[in-house]
Design a protein. Sequence first.
Length: 106
Amino acid sequence: MARDQGLDLRTKDKGGDIRIGDILMVRSGFTKGYKVLTEAEKQALASRPYFGGPNGGHRFIGVAQSEEMADWLHNSYFSAVAGDAPAFESWPPQGMFVHPPLRGGY
């Protein structure tokens, strides 16, 4: 997607467009899909019981949970990250959490 918009997601020192302090906003399409749901479908989504694990009631798209993603987020020095899905990372967790480097715990 970034390439389609003329962006190079490498850091500036590697010849890309990302600069220290940039804000990363990930548009997954969740909001667009949510807006077309009926009120009953929205209520059903909000009422799903929560329980952890791969068979949990909540499933949301988000950034990959990998060492590579954690390293990229850390090394890009974003001042903030945001997304249009309920969680920034995919849910339920598929591996490691990538948010610790965002809060300085990496």
